[in-house]
Structures are given as C-alpha cells and as structure tokens.
Ligand binder design. Sequence first.
Ligand code: ADP
Length: 488
Amino acid sequence: MSFRIKLVISYIAMIIFPIILSAIVINALIYSSAKKVCKIYNFKMNSNPVTLVRFIVDMHVDSFSEVSNTITNNPESLKDVKYIKNIDKDLKNNNSGIVVIINNSIIYTSDIIKKLGIDAKNIKNTEVKVNNRDILENQWLIKHENFSFGGNNGVVYLITDTKPIVSIVKGLIVSSFLSILIILILTDGVLTFLVSRSILVPINELKKSSIKIKEGDLDFNVNVYNKDELGELCIAFEEMRFKLKESVDVKLQYENNRKELISNISHDLKTPVTAVKGYIEGIMDGVADTPEKMEKYTKTIYSKANAMDKLIDELFLFSKLDLNKLTFNFEKINLINYLKDCTEELKFDLEKNGIDLVFIIDIDEDEDIIALVDRERLKRVIINLVDNAVKYMDKENGIIIIILKASDNNALVEIRDNGRGISKESLPFIFDRFYRTDFSRNSSTGGSGLGLAIAKKIIEEHGGNIMAESELNEGTAIIFTLKRFKQI
Ligand code: ADP
C-alpha cells in the first residue's frame, strides 16, 4: 500500500474511530445513568433514556391526580393526617412529598420535604415547569392546588426531589468528557504509533545499512518491511549494496588474478632463463669443448628460447582475451570441411610421433553444419586440444579422434584421446588459468597451464561452452559447442 494512501486512511481512522467509540461509550453511560434514575424514582425504563426527565415531570403531575380527586370530592379528608400519610407513602416511592396547609397552619409536611430543607410556610406558588433547566436550577418540582371546605381555606403542595437527577446528570457529563478524552488519546496514540513505526523501522534499517557500507561491510541484507515507498527505497538500497559488493568482488578477483599472473610469469620465465644462463656460462667457461657438446648446448639454448617465446605468445594472447582486446572475425564456415582440413593438416606431424588422428562425422541428417566462426581462433583451440592429447599421451598406439555431432541449435566437437587421463580431483580446475596437474608440473611435458584457459575464452567468445570428461589411464575427451547458423 502506498504511503499516501496509508496516511489518508490513518487520518480518516483518527476521526471515525473516536466518533464511533465515543458514541458507544456515551450511550452506555446514559443508559446506566437512566437506570439509576429509574431506581430512585421507582419506575421502569421503557423508553429512550434521554426523555427520562420529561417522564419524571409527567410522573410528578400524575401523582397529583389523587390529591386533586380528594380536593374535588372530599376536601375535608385533607384534615385527616392519617389519610394524608397514606398518600405520602405512595409519593415517597417516587421521591416526592406533600405539604398540606389549612387556614395558614401546616397540617402535614412529608419527611422528604423536611430533609430538602424547604420552609413549608414559604413555598412559592410556582407552577410546575417542564423544562429541564428549571429542574437543574431549582433541584425540585412543585405543584400546588388551593381548596376550601366549610369556610376553611387550604393549599396542597406536591414536591418532587430532583436533586439526584442533577448529580447523576453532572456525573454523566464529567464521565462522558473523560471517556471522550481517553478514547481520543488511545485511538490517536495507537494510530500514530502504527504509522510512525511503519516509517521509523525502515528508516532505521537504512541508517544501519548505510553505516555498515560506510565501514566497508557489504555482507548483509537490507530487510524490506513494507510494500510502500520506503519499502521500494529499501529494495533499491539492497540492489545498490549487491551491485557494490559485486564490483568490489570483481575488483578483488582482478587484483588476485594480477598478483597470480605476475607470480606465475616470473616463475615460468625464471626456469628457462636460468637454464639458458647455465648453458651459456658452460660455453664461456669452455665446458663445451667438443663440436658435439657445443651442438648439444646450442640446441638446448635454442629449445629453451623457443619455449620462452611460446610462453610469452600465450601470455600475450591470454591477456588480450582477458581484457577483451582481441578482435574476432566471424564468418560462416562449413564445420565438416573445416575440421576435415584441420585433421589433414595436423595428421602428418602426429604420424611422425606414432599417433593416429581420425575425424568422425556423427550426424544423422544429410546436411552441412554451418557455424559463425573465427577460423584462426578456432584453429588455435583445436591445436591446443590436440597438442595436449599428444603431450599427455602414454600409450604405444596413441589415437586421437575428432568427432563432430550436431543438435538442432548446436554443433558439438569432441577431441578424444587414449592418453593418461585426468584425476577426478583435478578435472574441475583444468580450464583455470595456470592450472597444471601435479604430474605435468613436475614433468618436462608440462606447458604454461594457459592452453585450456585460452581455449575456453575463445569458445565463450563464439557463444559456446567447453567441458571435459576423463578417466585416469583411459583417456580424456574435451568437448566444445558452437552455435549453428541457420538460414531462415
Ligand atoms: P598445459 O600447458 O599445462 O598443458 P593446459 O591448460 O593446456 O596447460 O592444461 C591444463 C592441465 O590439464 C594440464 O597441465 C594437464 O595436466 C591437463 N590436461 C589437459 N589436457 C589433457 C589431456 N588430453 N590428457 C591429460 N591431461 C590433460
């Protein structure tokens, strides 16, 4: 959810939640206050609690009806205190009381009126007012009626105590106000906490991550907590960390390669140079005192110089390939014809060493196999692979087979020999630069360790792959693929 939508929703929730919660709480408070009022005035709550005050006024007026009847039909009975006490009993249930005055002398005053501290003689002849403000201000309701009988004049007051309502209403107002305040603090507090947490957590994560990067630590992951703008920022930050780590690793790898290259070059050049120096010193010291010895010495110097020349050539080629500075001239070639020519060319020299070179076309379809190839570079690959097969040949009747296979999209060239093979431990590393098995490192046949690394780079430039299969003492097969060129 986007950050903007999140903020809008939280603002709306900050308004709606307190309103709904306040309405529920205030309703509950009104209900419980109304219940209290009902208990005090002894009547059932069967209507909206808000109209209760009106009910009390009605009740007050109703309770006067019995007194009114007496005044109309039998006013003398108002002289009888016993009779009035009976009426008072009922009135007491409704939190009301009665005052009867005949000829200015008080005949009866209810206890409830005494408790209210109303001076029965000085009750103002106020009529009942039915608005709530009067109830709240006066704290009681008064209704009166004059009567006369046999020359006597009297007045009856009916008074209802409304003090409890006032305190209940006051309590209701205070508790409603407090509830609204608590609801506002809680809902807005919780929502603000949730929104600010969704901002602060990713910001803290980004802060921690940038400190780590500043300190050079790139081995961690930036956690993504939300799918909002800050989440997107965390994803971008993680991508940046990943790219940075990649480039640092590549730099480190280059640095290690460079160091390894320098140490390998110095080592591989040092050996023939020392040998050449030794032979020349021998000549200068007159050790080669016969023409045969002289010929042997010069031939050795020549072969060492040749080995150095070859090594420098390979190094030069490899470093050009490594820096992507070698240009390739790709052209469409027919692989069957090309490999046939290569076999013919190499066959002659190999036969002199007693090794047979065979070319097999292992293709079902009767079709030319065309690929986009740089003739010179591919030749270099084939020469390197055949050279290796010769170098590591340990059988009397050595045989090297070049096999051409094809799939729908690829041509597959396999150069298989029956030489000494490669151990399982060495096999995964033979395409690494300067890698030589222990055997070739100690033997005179061992080359620079660049032959297969060069072949791999050239094949990869052609968009193909190179791999090896080998069985110790059985032989080795180096297989490479080339993308087939198909006319559409
Ligand atoms: P080198 O110049 O030492 O031959 P390469 O890169 O051409 O270097 O080969 C790497 C190593 O792989 C060699 O030192 C050798 O031990 C092993 N190797 C390559 N080709 C063959 C093969 N046809 N038979 C046996 N071992 C091989």
